[in-house]
Write a protein that binds this ligand. Structure first.
Ligand code: SFD
Ligand code: AMP
Length: 655
């Protein structure tokens, strides 16, 4: 039996390894088991418990991608516009044409999906019409959404193929074949055990990155953020460290959210038709509409891009016309009046009660903290408005952001430069022609991703991430079948890997008696302190909330220097128990994700996403020179980063 500081080492091998247990992982697991050929082995490893892990842990109240009768090409147009034109149409179209089937499965597995009057008894598959909150979004009773989706994945895989509460620390390249994935290594956060995995194909789907920037809620509300605190950039960091090409890491998502509780706004804007106003009651989307003309065509679209909606809101805050309010009161009152006019007072009363319940349920389903704020502050949303606030930045590739990893696209849609197999492209070069393509493979052979992992293709949300996991599953099976003879070889022994992982534990054991307090010890840094230092740098120099999302080239150069020092000092991080060991490794991942973001921001000489961040050295959109992907890559041997452009291509005609 292992003990703290002296863990057991367990070696495991499977053809396929899934890292993560979120929406993409569950989709992949489910799809793999539909096709799994005899003799092919699979393993899924999640740092938490699949039933409540990842971004959908709390549940959701809407599924934001369900196309129904709409054309996937229109979906591509919407996503492209929302992300200021620089996206991969092939990847988005691919999600669009597959996503509905995942939603239909969720319903089959027990997820209640709201239906229009008269269609309550019909499933989506039977032609039941969903209640749409917006053009692409449908309403659900989704408190148990993740539980339902995870149950189906667990049932498909069987628990003997699943390991929970194991944090993957790094991916491992093959010792014999260059740029070829061979395995991963992690540790249990419950037992003194290190796990060394070998595999022929790996899906790295550990979600986006939260807590890289200083959150608005600090001491009093530490841990309160909008995106899931548990996702710490592992996807981007681990893939980058083995040389996988990243794309659009300069993109971030700064959602406008209900202040302090981080309650999402979509249902309020789209379903309840609420307006957001400044302190004078002016609708800034109307009074500041002129500003959109600076950003054609994205600003002049019917629905201006998410960052531009922020851009108009932030002007009000900067010029002292805050707070910004979501007018829940006038929206609910207007709906109540329309019920009275249509149904008369008695029937209307019932409907209004139901409406108010829905307003609360929107938060109770996916952001309980916001319902807590309303209750704690005696807010009755039908009577008073609630404050909105732009949050700290997050990195994600599945919601209204598009940072992530550069992958292949579907063979029938992607142009040749976005397809590869055994001979992935080098930095800035095109892949060799005529290769068999494997959809959603990164530029590392055998390494795949999906969901928040795939860059330049946002607005997949929960359903699209699940569908993308399924897409990757099929390609991974093809990869495994086509590389049957592959025997992964690791360049380090399991003992060497274990020593690397337990470094923070060794630090603690060696130096703990130097002082009486862990926080005051020149040899040690607690993960909590290191995280705060990272967040301070990112906040103050890389356009966090502290500077109202503003930075410039000189400030970012300072951040590069500070991050370099931080990285050196991170070798002193300590861990007093397994939980703290996980916190330490989360920070190593956050640092890489933050550094990638910073390096991409420095490379892109324009402000492509006003409202998400402003680079005041180049505070404009430059369509001529910068309508291109910014990609980057680390040399896994030297650790050196390079950033470079890749050409953008529209596959779907845009207005
Ligand atoms: O309201 C490791 N999302 C919404 N999607 C919708 O469809 N509708 C909504 O209503 C949505 N909204 C919303 C959403 C998210 C959140 C947090 C809120 C509100 C409050 C977005 C989706 O949830 C999101 O797009 C998908 O979940 C992304 O899927 P995926 O698979 O890429 O990530 P994941 O589900 O978070 O899973 C990550 C997994 O990785 C594990 N993990 N495992 C091992 N080792 C490591 N080092 C690991 N690091 C992480 C995690 O435990 C998890 O299992 S609304 O705002 O619009
Ligand atoms: P959110 O609650 O902000 O995460 O948004 C949920 C969904 O609604 C996403 O698909 C958003 O793109 C969309 N959405 C949110 N606010 C607006 C808005 N003001 N106009 C159009 N779409 C929106």
């Amino acid at each position: 039996m292992g003990s703290f500081g002296n863990p057991d080492i367990v070696e495991m091998q499977s053809d396929i390894l899934i890292i993560g247990g979120g929406m993409a992982a569950c989709g992949c697991a489910f799809e793999l088991m539909r096709w799994l050929p005899e003799g092919v082995t699979v393993r899924l490893v999640d740092k938490a418990a699949m039933e409540r892990s990842g971004a959908v842990a709390q549940g959701l109240s809407a599924i934001n991608t369900y196309l129904g009768e709409q054309d996937p090409a229109d979906y591509v147009r919407m996503v492209s516009n929302d992300l200021m034109g620089i996206v991969r149409d092939d990847l988005i179209y691919d999600v669009g044409r597959h996503v509905d089937n995942s939603v239909e499965l969720f319903e089959e597995w027990g997820l209640p999906i709201w239906k229009q009057p008269g269609d309550e008894e019909k499933t989506l598959k039977q032609g039941g019409k969903p209640v749409r909150s917006g053009k692409w979004q449908i309403m659900i009773n989704g408190e148990s959404y993740k539980t339902i989706v995870a149950e189906a994945a667990k049932k498909a895989l069987g628990m003997d193929r699943i390991q929970e509460r194991i944090f993957i620390v790094k991916l491992l390249l093959d010792a014999k074949e260059s740029n070829r994935i061979a395995g991963a290594v992690g540790f249990s956060n419950r037992e003194d055990k290190i796990y060394v995995y070998k595999a022929s194909a790996i899906l790295c789907v550990a979600g986006g990155a939260v807590n890289v920037f200083r959150p608005r809620s600090v001491g009093e509300g530490m841990g309160r953020t909008w995106y899931p605190v548990w996702n710490s950039g592992s996807t981007y960091a681990m893939v980058a460290q083995v040389g996988g090409e990243l794309t659009m890491m300069e993109n971030r998502f700064v959602p406008a959210r209900f202040k302090d509780g981080y309650g999402p706004v979509g249902a309020w804007f789209l379903l309840f038709k609420a307006k957001a106003t400044n302190v004078k009651g002016e609708v800034y989307m109307e009074t500041n509409a002129e500003m959109l003309k600076d950003y054609p065509p994205y600003g002049l679209a019917k629905v201006p891009a998410t960052c531009l909606r922020n851009h108009l809101m932030m002007k009000e805050m900067r010029e002292g016309r805050g707070p910004i309010y979501m007018r829940t009161d006038t929206a609910l009152q207007a709906l109540a009046k329309s019920y009275e006019d249509e149904f008369g007072p008695k029937e209307a009363k019932k409907k209004i009660k139901h409406l108010e319940a829905e307003a609360w349920e929107d938060f109770l389903d996916m952001c309980i903290g916001q319902a807590g704020v309303w209750a704690g502050e005696n807010i009755e949303p039908e009577k008073v408005p609630s404050e909105l606030m732009p949050t700290e930045p997050y990195f994600l590739g599945s919601h209204s952001g598009c940072c992530g990893i550069w992958t292949t696209g579907p063979s029938d849609l992607a142009p040749p430069e976005w397809q590869w197999g055994d001979n992935p492209p080098e930095a800035g070069k095109d892949p060799a022609p005529g290769q068999k393509n494997y959809n959603r493979m990164t530029t590392v052979k055998g390494l795949f991703t999906a969901g928040d992992g795939v860059g330049a293709s946002g607005h997949k949300f929960s359903s699209g991430s699940h569908a993308e996991g399924r897409i990757a599953a099929k390609a991974m099976l093809a990869w495994v079948m086509d590389h049957k003879g592959f025997q992964p070889t690791l360049s380090k022994t399991p003992q060497q890997l274990a020593e690397e992982i337990y470094m923070p534990v060794r630090n603690w054991m060696e130096h703990k008696d130097y002082s009486t307090m862990a926080e005051v010890n020149p040899h040690l840094i607690t993960p909590k302190m290191l995280q705060m230092r990272l967040q301070k740098i990112m906040d103050e120099y890389v356009a966090g909330v502290g500077t109202m999302y503003v930075t410039n080239e000189q400030m970012m150069e300072i951040a590069v220097k500070k991050l370099t020092e931080l990285k050196k000092d991170s070798a002193k991080m300590m861990a007093r128990d397994l939980h703290e060991l996980m916190r330490a490794w989360e920070n190593f991942h956050r640092i890489y994700a933050g550094e990638a973001h910073l390096r991409h921001m420095l490379f892109r000489k324009e402000t492509r996403y006003p409202g998400f961040y402003y680079n005041m050295t180049y505070n404009f959109v430059d369509e001529k020179n910068w309508k291109c992907f910014v990609n980057s890559k680390i040399n896994p041997e030297t650790g050196e980063w390079v950033a470079f452009k890749r050409a953008h291509k529209d596959l779907v005609t845009k207005p």
